[in-house]
Write a protein of this length. Structure first.
Length: 193
């Protein structure tokens, strides 16, 4: 974003919040702090903040919203809903010929948190889904928040949450094979493949 574009955005903010006095130093500071961001993302973030907040947005508010838009990660509840949809899809997978079910995630952050929870099959086979859901929501929200904060500060967001690294995945009820592998299939003669 060019400094002139940033100054125009501050003018838009002044018009949207006419009761807020904005000294010239603030305009220069906002312009200087927003030039490293994409103009279209900043414009969208400012539009959304004007529509949703009765208060003049801080630089941190604008940068955080831009980071959320660029990260594109779903909310924690949307991510959990995706996990549930993948579990339903896995239960209907088959059709005579056995192929391993490989869930497809909408965002790398969803996939990362699923892996931190012990993998897809851990969640699929869980008998304590309400506990898993609470842990997933907390872990995902924390990982998403850290990724947004990192991006808002001008660094590339780390998909792996620092807090998430501290959580050990629970043991899998039917065995403890890697999450990337599907459970073994018993053949008619009793073997596995």
């Amino acid at each position: 974003m060019k400094a002139s574009e940033a100054q125009k955005l501050v003018a838009v903010l002044k018009a949207a919040y006419p009761r807020q006095p904005i000294p010239p130093e603030t305009t220069r500071l906002y312009a200087a702090q927003l030039v490293d961001l994409a103009a279209d993302a900043v414009q969208q973030a400012v539009r959304e903040l004007i529509a949703s907040s009765p208060y003049f947005p801080t630089l941190a508010d604008i940068r955080r919203r831009v980071a959320e838009l660029q990260l594109g990660a779903p909310s924690a509840w949307q991510a959990w809903e995706e996990v549930e949809q993948q579990c339903r899809a896995a239960s209907h997978h088959g059709g005579g010929v056995w192929e391993p079910y490989r869930p497809r995630w909408s965002h790398p952050l969803v996939e990362r948190v699923v892996k931190l929870m012990g993998g897809f099959w851990q969640l699929y086979e869980s008998e304590r889904l309400s506990v898993e859901r609470a842990q997933f929501l907390r872990l995902y929200e924390q990982a998403r928040s850290e990724a947004v904060q990192t991006a808002a500060q001008g660094r590339a967001p780390a998909i792996e949450s620092q807090a998430a690294k501290q959580i050990e995945p629970a043991a899998k009820p039917g065995g403890n094979w890697p999450a990337e592998l599907t459970p073994p299939l018993r053949t008619v003669d009793g073997g596995t493949r």
